[in-house]
Each structure stands twice: as structure tokens, then as C-alpha cells.
Design a protein around this ligand. Structure first.
Ligand SMILES: Cc1cc2nc3c(=O)[nH]c(=O)nc-3n(C[C@H](O)[C@H](O)[C@H](O)COP(=O)(O)OP(=O)(O)OC[C@H]3O[C@@H](n4cnc5c(N)ncnc54)[C@H](O)[C@@H]3O)c2cc1C
Length: 404
């Protein structure tokens, strides 16, 4: 098995790296200074649209959408996209500059896969053009949401409409001034079998009866401009045509949405961890303590070596997951998808922790992206399904396969 990228992918990666050097790294800190200023809540820095236009002009746009979604897709396989995702993720917010960021990635995939032509026209096209943003609303405060079949928000048919009542929280991106639509999962068929009780429906953000109760802070940060919100739906009426795929298919959509999404997510952590390691190597070469550069200390060398091993192991696992997904689809690759979901955020958290230590006080400050990487990888061990859920599934599949 070889994971050497093709000449085409190598050329794309070189173009992307050039773009990062010329346009992203020079404003990396300016982005954080703007969005962390409480006066700018839910707003983007003034230079952001210009960066997106430049990325579009350079043809670095929507590369995440796998080739089976042509004509919407630019035509890359999962394996081809993986090394490109790694480069984009070196600056967390840059993924959105290339229209490759969550939660829109997964939402665009759902609409490309299951959307009606009218839904695609109304929502997929502007999302693919980067004109609007979207949210995926599944989690609810009153139930254990690691089990998607627990969701209680009621979706009730009333003539040509569905009426929604319930509460959601931790919904990423919903506070952004650009968020126009949500994919809402709720219970429409309570009498049906457990996995067929839920549906997913499109809800425009300005629908009467919908309101954002409050923004949530994750580890003290509002994550502006996207944010995570707590939401209330009170007699929210949306037309029947807004239903995606059909009644009772919400669980299936939730599962499908997270297939390619999870491997892309995992590759993001490889990129973020690699960035921390690169920064750590630069820092310890420059810094002198007790008569020699930190880079000469055995303990530092070991931390660097361990980090390199951890990143490379994870990178190869993610590439194997992408390859399996290309060959066998999300269902065939589900064991690898669980593996990367379990391994990648923890790996990234560990590498970021080592980089924090090597940087000393600067490592916990806003002067490097390391604290952001550390906290993001920590909460991503809960978001998108906690580690334990994936471990239980993987454990069951592994035992079942061993019995064959
Ligand atoms: C920053 C952030 C962004 C998020 N973005 C979104 C979003 O955009 N849309 C959305 O719908 N949701 C989002 N979420 C919510 C996230 O998906 C849920 O928090 C997650 O699925 C867990 O659900 P819960 O919080 O209800 O935890 P619970 O289900 O109450 O679980 C609590 C803990 O129980 C343990 N546990 C659960 N199941 C098992 C098991 N099978 N075996 C052993 N232990 C187990 C785990 O340790 C778990 O962390 C986000 C969360 C965060 C923190």
C-alpha cells in the first residue's frame, strides 16, 4: 500500500502552501486579535472576504467534497484530499477561507447526497459559493446526546407543514452573522422502530418561533465568529419540502454525515499537531537555559521524537481510513473511521501539551496558536460523539470479526 501523493496532488499542495505563506500566516495573529475582541462578537475580520475571493480565484475551493458528488465536487478522492486538508488545518480558521470548514462541510455533503433539486438550488449552491453558512442541530440539553436516538425535539406534520418544538444546545456556527440555515434533527415518528423515529429538516434561521437563548462558552471562549448556541424552537413551521430524504431517515443522515467528515476532522488534527511540533522545534533551538539551548536537553529531544512518532502513526492511520473509504465507502471503512476519531484528537492534545511545556509561559498565552490547538483537541474528544461511544462500537466490531 503506497500513500505517495500523485503529481497532481503534489502540485495542488505546493499551490496551497504558497497561498498559506503569502496570505494566511501573515494575518494569523490579526485574525485572532479581531475575533477575540468582545466588541467584534460574531463578526469576521475585514480582510476575511478578500482572502476567500483570493482562494476562489486561485481555485483552492471546496476541495473537501469527494468526487462521487460531481458535478458539485471538484473531483478529488478522499485519499487525495487528505494531505491537502493537513496543510489547511495548520491554521485552524484557514479551512473556512477555502470553504472546507465544519459544520458546513458535512451539511454540504448531506445536501449534495440527499437534497432535492429545489433544496440544492436554495441552500447547497450558496453554501458551495461561500455566500452563507449553516449549522447542524442535533444535541439537546435534557438528554444524553451521545446516543442520537434520544433526541426529543418534536417534528409534527400539520397539512403542508411540519411544526417543530424543542430545545437544542452546543450548535456550532449558529451565532455567526452569516448563518442562514440549520439542519435540525428531531423526533417525527415516535411509534417507529428506534432508529427510524427521527427526521432531519431544513430550518431557515429567520423562521418565526426560533430563537437563540444564549451563546455558550467552551473553556471560557465564545468561539466567535461561529460560536456555539443554545436554541429554542416554539411552534416553528416549515414547509414539507424542507424535509431531507424522508420521514424517519434522520438517524441515517446523522451517521452518513459523519463518515468523510470524521476522517477530514482527523486529518485536521494531524495538521494542527504538526504545526505545534514545527513551532516547538523552532522555539527550543532559539532558547538558552542553564548554559545550552533547550534543544540539547535530552527530555526535550524525547518529547520531540515522541511527538513525531505520534503524528506519523496517526497520519498513516488517517490515510488508510481515507483509502478504505474510497474503496469500500463509509460503511466498509467504519472501523477505520472510528479508529481515527478515537486516536486523532487525543494525539493532538498530547502533542499540543508537550509544545505548551516546551514554550513555557508563552505556550499558554495568546502569542502562539498552541493553546487554541490544545483546547480544541480536548473538546473534540466530546463533540461529534465522545471517545467512549466510538471505542464501544469498535470493540464490538473487533470482537465480532475475531469470531469469524
Ligand atoms: C465545542 C462543541 C461543539 C459542538 N458542536 C455541535 C454541533 O454543531 N451540533 C450538535 O448537534 N452538537 C454539537 N456538540 C455536542 C456534542 O456532539 C455532544 O456534547 C456529544 O455528542 C455528547 O453528548 P452530551 O454532551 O449530551 O454527553 P452525554 O451523552 O451526556 O455523555 C456524557 C459522557 O458520558 C460518557 N459516555 C457516553 N456514552 C458512553 C458509552 N457508550 N460508554 C461509556 N461512556 C459513555 C462519555 O464520557 C461522555 O462524554 C458540540 C459539543 C461541543 C463541546
Amino acid at each position: 500500500m503506497s500513500f505517495t501523493p500523485s503529481d497532481t496532488v503534489l502540485a495542488m499542495r505546493a499551490r496551497l502552501e504558497r497561498f498559506m505563506d503569502e496570505h494566511i500566516y501573515p494575518v494569523e495573529r490579526a485574525y485572532y486579535e479581531f475575533v477575540e475582541d468582545q466588541n467584534n462578537l460574531w463578526k469576521y475580520p475585514p480582510f476575511f472576504e478578500d482572502l476567500k475571493s483570493k482562494a476562489k480565484e486561485a481555485g483552492i475551493w471546496n476541495w473537501f467534497l469527494p468526487r462521487e458528488y460531481e458535478p458539485w465536487s471538484p473531483g478529488l478522492s478522499n485519499l487525495e484530499f487528505a494531505p491537502l486538508m493537513e496543510v489547511m488545518a495548520k491554521v485552524f480558521w484557514a479551512q473556512e477561507v477555502f470553504n472546507c470548514s465544519a459544520p458546513d462541510r458535512g451539511n454540504m455533503e448531506v445536501l449534495a447526497k440527499y437534497g432535492t433539486p429545489a433544496q440544492q438550488e436554495q441552500w447547497l449552491k450558496p453554501l458551495l459559493n461561500g455566500e452563507i453558512r449553516s449549522a447542524y442541530a442535533m444535541t439537546e440539553p435534557q438528554v444524553a446526546s451521545s446516543d442520537a436516538t434520544n433526541m426529543e425535539l418534536a417534528i409534527v406534520r400539520d397539512g403542508d407543514h411540519y411544526v417543530l418544538n424543542g430545545r437544542k444546545w452546543w450548535i456550532t456556527g449558529v451565532l455567526s452573522e452569516r448563518c442562514q440555515v440549520m439542519l435540525v434533527m428531531g423526533r417525527s415518528n415516535p411509534e417507529a422502530e428506534r432508529h427510524s423515529q427521527h427526521s432531519t429538516i431544513l430550518v431557515p434561521i429567520d423562521t418565526p418561533g426560533f430563537r437563540i437563548v444564549r451563546p455558550l462558552k467552551a473553556f471560557g471562549s465564545y468561539h466567535s465568529p461561529g460560536g456555539e448556541g443554545e436554541l429554542v424552537f416554539e411552534d416553528v413551521r416549515v414547509p414539507r419540502e424542507n424535509l431531507i430524504l424522508g420521514e424517519g431517515r434522520g438517524f441515517e443522515i446523522a451517521q452518513g454525515r459523519l463518515g468523510p467528515g470524521r476522517f477530514q476532522y482527523a486529518m485536521m488534527f494531524v495538521g494542527m499537531a504538526q504545526r505545534c511540533l514545527d513551532l516547538m522545534c523552532q522555539r527550543v533551538g532559539d532558547r538558552v537555559a542553564f548554559g545550552e539551548p533547550l534543544s540539547k536537553k535530552t527530555s526535550i529531544q524525547h518529547e520531540i521524537a515522541r511527538s513525531r512518532c505520534d503524528i506519523e502513526q496517526c497520519r498513516l492511520l488517517v490515510l488508510a481510513a481515507a483509502d478504505k473509504m474510497d474503496r469500500e465507502g463509509p460503511k466498509g471503512a467504519r472501523d477505520f473511521i472510528s479508529m481515527v476519531k478515537i486516536v486523532a484528537p487525543q494525539m493532538c492534545q498530547t502533542v499540543a501539551d508537550r509544545a505548551t511545556q516546551a514554550f513555557g509561559g508563552k505556550g499558554v498565552s495568546q502569542d502562539t496558536p498552541i493553546q487554541h490547538v490544545f483546547l480544541t483537541s480536548r473538546f473534540c474528544r466530546i463533540a461529534d460523539g465522545p471517545d467512549e461511544v466510538h471505542m464501544s462500537q469498535l470493540g464490538r466490531w473487533t470482537q465480532r470479526d475475531a469470531k469469524k
